[in-house]
Design a protein around this ligand. Structure first.
Ligand SMILES: Nc1ncnc2c1ncn2[C@@H]1O[C@H](COP(=O)(O)OP(=O)(O)OP(=O)(O)O)[C@@H](O)[C@H]1O
Length: 355
């Protein structure tokens, strides 16, 4: 089990005419990933999703808070002693093109981490080759075809499967998939999402899914959990299906309102929640972070910051002084286009409601 408590991260951005600027990328984020569980983080561009994924994978430091991996708090450990724990959390980058070394064949790409793993676990050289073939089989590609080839000789979908196979060389407890399907052809996305679901079932590996696309978050499974991030703060969290069908935070509602739907699936009577104001670079950190864009904000919202909590009336936690369940999906875009099942994974909106 992997938990994070109060994870906070601030970046200093230099180069502005006004000098260094501080960006609060994450604000006291709490999360938990059960063994074999599925968790998604969603939010618009810049909300801190990638930073959180990198922190969870041990690739980024954090200012305060605690990450506990299988009962071991990471903050008390030095870099070398942390590594074996973080190795159990493998990051899958969004861009399979740059994630693979173009000068190495797929055999060489898988051989290096597997040789290390063999050394760590006292296995033989023949195990390395057999395991490479086994892992490629697990991710649904023919080892005989792929092993001698270079990344540029493979399709985007195949490359992403190789990236996933490479992550599996470390026997991970959790795969962190950061926008893992966003750079893949629409027609291949469902295949990769299906593979992640399948790996959960077959290997018991947990999946942490980072996405701006609410439709892909929904695809992860009925038992998955959803965290909605806004400007580094979790504003709503609960079972994915509950958060999507009965959202209570106006930001979640605005994300869902912005989601295009297939013609004919519009829900009669759905409300539309639209952020009233674009993100302003001089935005205030006072009160609720979403208040300047929220059509339901009151004076209280501009003065105090609501904390994520259960109020006992809903299944999910929320950080809102005026939560109200609103049925907001889907309002439809008026598109007449007929779309096949293969394109369903691409129907989520780019939720970057930046104005
Ligand atoms: N290395 C860095 N140095 C300075 N600022 C950074 C750095 N990495 C991220 N940030 C800033 O932190 C904030 C969160 O960035 P992050 O990449 O985590 O967001 P995101 O939700 O993943 O966005 P996107 O979907 O566009 O990748 C942004 O304002 C970003 O500009």
């Amino acid at each position: 089990m992997i938990t994070g408590t109060g994870i906070t991260k601030t970046f200093k951005q230099r180069g502005s005419v006004l000098g260094a600027r501080e960006v609060r990328a994450l604000r006291e984020v709490d999360f938990a990933i059960e063994p074999g569980g599925a968790v998604s983080f969603i939010g618009e561009s810049g909300c801190g999703k990638t930073t959180l994924g990198r922190i969870i994978a041990g690739l980024e430091t954090y200012d305060s808070g605690e990450i506990v991996i299988d009962g071991v708090p990471m903050s008390g450990l030095g870099h070398r002693r942390r590594q074996p724990h973080f190795r159990r959390i493998q990051l899958i980058h969004q861009d399979p093109y740059s994630a693979l070394n173009p000068t190495r064949t797929i055999h060489q790409t898988l051989e290096a981490p597997l040789a290390l793993r063999a050394k760590q676990t006292g296995r033989s050289r023949s195990w390395v080759d057999a395991r490479a073939e086994e892992l490629l089989g697990l991710v649904g590609i023919d080892p005989g075809y792929v092993l001698p080839r270079y990344p540029h000789q493979l399709s985007g979908g195949m490359r992403q499967r190789v990236v996933i196979a490479r992550a599996l060389t470390m026997d991970p407890e959790v795969l962190v998939a950061d926008e893992a399907v966003s750079m893949i052809d629409v027609s291949l996305r469902l295949g990769i999402l299906g593979l992640l679901k399948d790996l959960r079932v077959r290997l018991g590996v947990g999946v942490l899914f980072i996405t701006h696309d609410i439709a892909t978050a929904r695809y992860l499974g009925d038992d998955s959990e959803l965290y909605v991030l806004y400007r580094g703060q979790v504003v709503e969290h609960g079972p994915t299906e509950t958060v999507i069908t009965r959202p209570v935070h106006p930001y979640t509602q605005s994300l869902l309102s912005a989601t295009p739907v297939l013609h004919g699936l519009e829900k009669p009577g759905a409300e539309r929640v639209v952020p009233t104001e674009a993100l302003d670079p001089s935005r205030t950190d006072e009160g609720c972070l979403f208040a300047p864009r929220c059509q339901f904000a009151t004076q209280l919202c501009t003065e105090q910051r609501p904390r994520l909590s259960h109020d006992g009336t809903t299944l999910q936690e929320h950080a809102c002084f005026h939560p109200r369940t609103r049925s907001v999906i889907p309002t439809g875009t008026g598109t007449e286009t007929e779309m096949g099942a293969d394109t369903l994974a691409d129907t989520g909106a780019d939720m970057g409601a930046r104005g």
